[in-house]
Design a protein around this ligand. Structure first.
Ligand code: KMH
Ligand code: ZN
Length: 301
């Protein structure tokens, strides 16, 4: 009997955390590439990439850093390398899209709406540098901007580059925003939707909210979508993974979203989080899909 294939995506570093939150967060291009290759070896089919200033670890969106990291991962493993188009504060959508237009990756993230994105509740640690505290506190005033005009422009740029979007939806309204883009003829089906739950400023990481958002997507798109969950925090990451595994979805884990592998144990690496997700998959009779199978499931060129 064939078990239902599931792919695991690993978000290895993130753009909304500071390095002193965990020594395991990769910072330099080499560390980020090593983390991605490690996640791939542990069974991740997709690696989701942000870059950081190699000296300070501050999240940045430098195209040359992306170019190096994406190239190195591509040389060292077969994973689908998925850069973010989240960009950095103050960047225009064309600047944020340069990872797509210049690097033409097979997949990249596409954020489906504007919302507050607060990480100021992260506990201050003695080892944090002044800029890290300032960065966390600064998010009390941070709006993650993805206006309709941004999304329309981004849709065109993804199409030109032939990059498969992973549509990030953080709240129910974002699913309707995606339907609006589809009505405007800016979306190619089947789409791949990432339900990102647990961001302060968007939706809560509860089973009820996941079910509501998933049901909303079914009502709008029928069976013309694949989907994945990304639960932010612990145990949300694994609770949503278990829900996705039960419901036929795919799973994202990684230090971008969560720093713990167990309640009382911080993750030492991204690979450890992938291993736990795959252990859960095995318990729930889902078969791990490698990168080649994930490309098939996603309809990637
Ligand atoms: N940079 C964050 C505000 C993505 O990777 O596409 C959102 C983010 C999403 O990290
Ligand atoms: Zn990201």
């Amino acid at each position: 009997m064939n078990a239902d294939p599931v792919f695991v995506s690993c978000a290895v570093t993130g753009g909304m955390s500071v390095p002193s939150q965990s020594a395991a967060i990769p910072v330099t291009p080499e560390q980020i590439a090593d983390a991605a290759v490690g996640a791939s070896q542990a069974g991740a089919a997709i690696v989701h990439i942000h870059v950081r200033d190699p000296e300070s670890g501050k999240p940045v969106a430098d195209l040359e850093l992306f170019r190096d990291v994406v190239a190195e991962i591509g040389e060292r493993c077969d994973a689908i390398v998925q850069p973010t188009t989240g960009g950095g504060v103050g960047m225009t959508i064309d600047e944020r899209a340069r990872v797509v237009t210049e690097l033409r990756p097979e997949m990249a993230t596409f954020n489906c709406g504007s919302f507050n994105f607060g990480i100021f509740k992260v506990r201050h640690r003695p080892e944090m540098a002044p800029w890290e505290i300032e960065y966390l506190e600064g998010t009390r005033d941070y709006v993650f901007r993805n206006t309709f005009s941004d999304m329309e422009r981004l849709s065109e740029l993804f199409r030109e580059a032939r990059t498969k979007p992973e549509y990030e939806v953080y709240d129910t309204g974002h699913v309707y925003n995606l339907a609006h883009l589809a009505d405007a003829g800016l979306v190619d089906f089947p789409v791949h939707i990432q339900f990102v739950l647990g961001v302060l400023g968007a939706n809560a990481a509860t089973l009820e909210q996941l079910l509501h958002m998933h049901r909303t997507a079914v009502s709008l798109f029928g069976d013309r979508f694949t989907w994945c969950t990304a639960g932010v925090g612990y145990p949300a990451e694994f609770h949503l993974a278990a829900a996705a595994l039960t419901m036929g979805g795919h799973v994202r884990v990684g230090l971008e979203d969560n720093l713990r592998v167990e309640l009382a144990r911080r993750a030492g690496s991204n690979a450890e989080l992938v291993e736990k997700a795959l252990a859960l998959a095995a318990l729930l009779d889902r078969t791990p899909a490698d990168a080649a199978q994930a490309r098939e499931l996603l309809g990637i060129r």
